[in-house]
Ligand binder design. Structure first.
Ligand code: SF4
Length: 413
């Protein structure tokens, strides 16, 4: 069996854990942000409605800032206040409301899971983190722990990006925080720390601390309610060599949780020595030709052709201007010819490459893709009737375009 982690990286003193819980919860009660899902989770007597509200907010908050989520959350809950209402929505409606929030598969899976709860679980949300993760598509370990602790009071910890940062600093964990062994250790730690009588508040407090005080670049350590428990803070205060034995590195090279010997503590970084992460792979570069096809609509207003993307993969099911991924080294002339052929397939009429007018480039960064759109436009003078068999395309006015399920990248285009 692997050796247990060195004690100085753990919370092994129950009395210290008790004080930490008390300090953190007292701070949370004083300083927590007023957020709509918190208000609902605190006052809603119906457990399923609480679970649903926390679930929606947690899915929206994945990879997205709180300030952006609030408006989407409010509109979502107004439109689908219950699981049952969401289960009856169409995917098109879900995509329309989600448009602009990014990572579109989140909305789709939320709706699939709501349907599953209604059709297979008699409309009742699972009540434990284990069942939530096992039974609901799109609900991972973190989301399951958050729903179970905040909505149902289960004493189970959570680990998200904020919690990783706080715990790595509290315990000077300088090993790669994305490695499975460190992640497992942080989950164990979160489960030890969570307050048994207020687990939901405790988890939210830990995340709130990471979001507002123990922030990535310039943490506000002097205002931190748990600084007395923080080894990174003590190490920063005492500098190097540390006079306090429990904030020294465990031993160069052989501790699996200390910073690696090749990249030791850097005193100019202070507490932001932690957490550490293996370097991320750079995003893949992609080029796509896209064409804004315009015609005069029956009332004289301009209309634009949009087509629907496939139902799986990046931006699944969303609408876009007809677009074509390009080889990296394709010449402009060839690019125009390929785009003209592609457009011809959509409108069923010949399109001359020379008529395509190049407008400019739009760059959009997806999480793992650096996408460059080569934007063209084409005005059609003749009337174009779309093949009714091609139900995946339609003409829209500018207003309809903005109300459709289109991505932020297409709005930029
Ligand atoms: Fe984070 Fe500073 Fe608080 Fe430590 S003292 S937990 S580094 S804010």
């Amino acid at each position: 069996a692997p050796a247990p982690p060195p004690a100085r990286h753990l919370f092994s003193d129950p009395a210290e854990v008790e004080v930490l819980r008390r300090n953190l919860l007292a701070w949370y009660d004083r300083c927590k942000r007023d957020l709509p899902w918190r208000a609902l989770a605190a006052t809603e007597p119906d457990a399923d409605r609480r679970g649903y509200a926390v679930w929606v907010s947690e899915i929206m908050l994945q990879q997205t800032q709180v300030a952006t989520v609030i408006d989407y959350y409010n509109r979502w809950m107004q439109k689908w206040p219950t699981l049952q209402a969401l289960a009856q929505a169409s995917l098109e409606e879900v995509n329309e409301l989600w448009a602009g929030l990014g990572y579109y598969s989140r909305g789709k899976r939320l709706q699939e899971a709501a349907r599953k709860v209604v059709s297979e679980l008699a409309g009742q949300m699972p009540r434990t983190a284990e069942d939530l993760q096992k039974l609901l598509p799109g609900v991972g370990r973190y989301t399951a722990g958050a729903i179970a602790s905040i909505s149902y009071g289960q004493a189970t910890g959570v680990v998200d990006g904020n919690v990783i940062r706080v715990l790595c600093r509290l315990r000077c964990i300088g090993a790669d925080s994305s490695s499975p062994s460190v992640i497992d250790l942080l989950w164990d730690m979160a489960n030890v720390l969570v307050d048994r009588s207020r687990p939901g508040d405790f988890n939210q407090a830990l995340m709130e601390l990471g979001a507002t005080v123990c922030v990535p670049k310039a943490p506000l350590c002097r205002e931190c309610p748990v600084k007395q428990h923080c080894q990174a803070w003590r190490r920063k205060l005492f500098g190097k060599p540390p006079p306090v034995p429990d904030v020294e590195d465990c031993g160069v090279g052989d501790c699996p949780l200390c910073p690696p010997a090749m990249e030791p503590w850097d005193s100019s970084l202070g507490v932001t020595n932690f957490p550490r992460k293996a370097a991320k792979k750079p995003p893949r570069a992609m080029r796509t030709a896209t064409c804004v096809l315009e015609r005069r609509g029956c009332h004289g207003a301009p209309e634009y052709l949009i087509v629907q993307r496939p139902s799986s993969g990046l931006l699944a099911g969303l609408w876009e201007f007809p677009s074509l991924p390009l080889a990296q080294d394709l010449q402009e002339e060839k690019e125009q010819e390929e785009l003209a052929d592609h457009l011809q397939a959509w409108i069923g009429q010949p399109v001359a490459a020379k008529d395509l007018q190049f407008i400019g480039e739009v760059i959009h960064i997806f999480s793992h893709i650096h996408q460059t759109y080569m934007v063209y436009s084409l005005h059609l003078n003749r009337d174009v009737t779309l093949d009714p068999a091609l139900s995946l395309s339609r003409w829209v006015t500018e207003e309809e375009f903005h109300a459709s399920a289109v991505s932020t990248a297409m709005k930029k285009v």
